[in-house]
Design a binder for this molecule. Structure first.
Ligand code: SMG
Ligand code: MG
Length: 377
């Protein structure tokens, strides 16, 4: 059990090495919220994966700050000493905001594991010490730019390629990339909800390219639409945005809408719920993989630990830190070698902070006492 003493909300600004365009917008710079929890057992850090705009999902960074500062943290602290699993229980009565809840849980988990001297990987009981690494490739203005980018990632040794698609940027990019990477390379697509039920015939044409999966073609609420599409397409349908809890995932699987699951801890309210979804999918025979939210070395380290669990049979979006950032805020950023990422072993979530660089990119710091008193640091 740990006593909560203080929460720090720290925002950092990082530029992406190259713009990342998806069907819902283009990311060029990140405005990232980091949490650090001080407890009687030591300090723990968590990364909130909310983006600056409510486009991937309803959450966004400014809202996360308010939800955590004014509601989640005071409620959590009022409950007294806690273990990591208490975070979700105490915040259960609050609707939504899974990324904000997940960040708090991660910080508490990091503090607990550091105090116990173990890594998240050991805590989860994952059996692999390295995992295959996939890379997510954005939408470009031209096919030439896309192919040059993909060739670069092939040269880096990535084990699989994921292409972002949208209406007007699908068959031709997929055809050309399949031609470029050859028949052996794992290739998949992610539509981030850009299609409609009426696009079924069109999406079926993707069957020709031997893709691992089609990720989230339809709106997040449309579970039945995904189930119908799964009936029509040979390529497995994978859900991302639609899956926000273990119970919802169980329903989507039962309805035939989720043949493969993308598990993102932030989207489902934390690493502990992510493990429950993994366990459920293993029991149902549904393959899973770990998604990415352009995390820094904090979130990526924890994702690697999660992805070492046995049900993660497909390569995740756990690319090298340099895929998005010229310099990371950790001293031991994720790298890839031979198409794999080594699962970190550092106690806690699995990273050490580069304090000097972290301070350099920090744009604001708020300290919050257990009773909710806020101070600018
Ligand atoms: O972190 O490598 C990464 C990015 C993976 O494509 C990725 N994430 O829908 O799966 C997804 C997107 C969500 C973030 S887009 C801003
Ligand atoms: Mg996705």
């Amino acid at each position: 059990m740990m006593e909560l003493r203080q929460l720090e909300l720290r925002r950092i600004a990082l530029d992406l090495v190259t713009p990342f365009r998806t069907s819902f917008g283009t990311e060029r710079h990140r405005d990232i919220l980091l949490l650090s929890v001080t407890t009687d057992a030591g300090v723990g850090w968590g990364e909130c994966v909310a983006m600056a705009e409510p486009a991937y999902s309803a959450e966004f960074v400014d809202a996360a700050v308010l939800a955590i500062r004014d509601h989640f943290w005071p409620t959590l602290a009022a409950g007294g000493a806690l273990v990591p699993a208490d975070v979700a229980t105490r915040l259960h009565r609050y609707s939504g905001h899974p990324m904000s809840k997940a960040a708090l849980e991660a910080a508490v988990l990091d503090a607990q594991l550091r105090a116990d001297g173990i890594n998240l990987h050991e805590f989860f009981g994952g059996q692999r010490d390295r995992i295959p690494s996939g890379v997510s490739v954005g939408i470009f203005d031209t096919l030439d730019e896309l192919l040059a980018q993909v060739q670069g990632y092939v040269d880096d040794g990535y084990a699989r390629i994921k292409l972002k698609i949208e209406p007007g940027w699908d068959m031709e990019p997929v055809r050309l990339v399949r031609e470029l990477v050859g028949p052996e390379m794992g290739l998949q697509v992610d539509a981030n909800t850009a299609y409609a039920r009426t696009d079924t015939d069109h999406l079926r044409r993707l069957d020709e390219y031997d893709l691992l999966l089609i990720e989230q073609p339809l709106p997040e609420e449309d579970i039945i639409g995904h189930a119908r599409l799964a009936d029509e397409c040979d390529t497995p349908i994978c859900l991302d945005e639609s899956l926000v809890s273990a119970s919802g995932t169980a329903d989507a699987i039962e309805l035939g809408a989720c043949e493969i699951a993308n598990i993102k801890p932030g989207r489902v309210g934390g690493y502990l719920e992510a493990v429950r979804i993994h366990d459920l999918c293993v029991a149902k025979g549904v393959p899973v993989w770990c998604g990415g939210m352009l995390e820094t070395g904090i979130g990526r380290a924890a994702n690697a630990a999660l992805a070492a669990l046995p049900g993660f049979t497909l390569p995740g979006d756990i690319s090298a830190s340099t895929r998005f950032y010229a310099r990371d805020i950790v001293t031991d950023p994720i790298t890839i070698a031979d198409g794999h990422v080594t699962v970190p072993t550092t106690p806690g979530l699995g990273f050490d902070l580069d304090r000097a660089f972290l301070d350099e990119v920090t744009t604001s710091r708020l300290g919050i006492e257990p009773r909710g008193t806020v101070t600018e640091l």
